[in-house]
Design a protein around this ligand. Structure first.
Ligand code: FES
Length: 245
């Protein structure tokens, strides 16, 4: 059955997209940039940061979550109302993470200033939940968002070194504010107050994976990313087939 499509316009530019395409995705097709923070292609959608607000049917909606399901949709991504809403959100983020380069850049773009008097802690964390969702995808769920309001924070259970953390660094590497601290000296790694030993690559000896990761994913001798890349390229070359004319 052919895929159902819907037709409409974003900022006056017409397009046709598969039924249910999000506003964010549709805008991307037209080359229209909508700023995002909690959204990440590799993670389940969340809609928590509200930075991607656009105006649809006279209301503001999160572009990363809003599915286009009706013909004649009319989305406006850059109205004064949408820009003011983003500026407010960025003021919150700037108060939370005044040193984060990405936040500073976006705040400058939208003219946002940090709130002068605020109960929000400037601990660098945006509460965007990316680290939590990345951890869930790894099936370890070592950290979660706990507490409410200004007390809300990312934490391992009971604030203790998380037993099921694999030391994979997914949480740290996906954080848009770079606020998950870790240490890695090429032999040992420390994150969430937990220490890990790194296993050597069987080809070059470089240590990139923790033993906990290897055990969890059932791989006893993993190659480091560079050796893995080389091995994949060689395998592809060996299987190259020649087309005869
Ligand atoms: S990016 Fe859409 S709500 Fe965060």
């Amino acid at each position: 059955m052919p895929e159902r499509a819907v037709k409409g316009a974003i900022n006056g530019m017409e397009l046709e997209v598969p039924f249910g395409t999000t506003v964010l995705k549709a805008a991307e097709i037209l080359g229209i940039r909508i700023p995002t923070l909690c959204h990440h292609e590799g993670l389940p959608p969340w809609g928590g940061c509200r930075l991607c607000l656009s105006e649809i049917k006279g209301s503001l909606a999160a572009s990363c979550m809003y599915p286009l399901r009706e013909d004649g949709f009319a989305v406006f991504t850059d109205t004064l109302r949408a820009r003011e809403a983003r500026s407010f959100v960025l003021s919150l983020f700037l108060t939370r993470a005044p040193k984060a380069p990405l936040i500073r850049k976006l705040a400058a773009e939208y003219g946002a200033e940090p709130f002068a008097r605020s109960p929000l802690e400037a601990d660098g964390c945006l509460r965007c939940g990316r680290c939590v969702r990345a951890c869930q995808i790894q099936a370890s769920e070592a950290v979660s968002l706990a507490g409410r309001g200004s007390e809300r924070r990312v934490s391992p259970p009971f604030g203790k070194p998380p037993e099921n953390c694999l030391g994979c660094l997914a949480c740290a590497l996906i954080c848009p504010a770079g606020c998950v601290p870790f240490k890695d000296d090429g032999v040992k790694r420390r994150i969430w107050e937990k220490d890990f030993e790194l296993a050597p690559c069987p080809v070059c000896g470089k240590r990139t994976h923790t033993y906990e990761q290897l055990k969890f994913f059932g791989a006893d001798k993993p190659l480091c990313p560079q050796c893995q890349g080389r091995a994949t390229a060689e395998a592809l070359k060996a299987n190259e087939f020649v087309t005869e004319f």
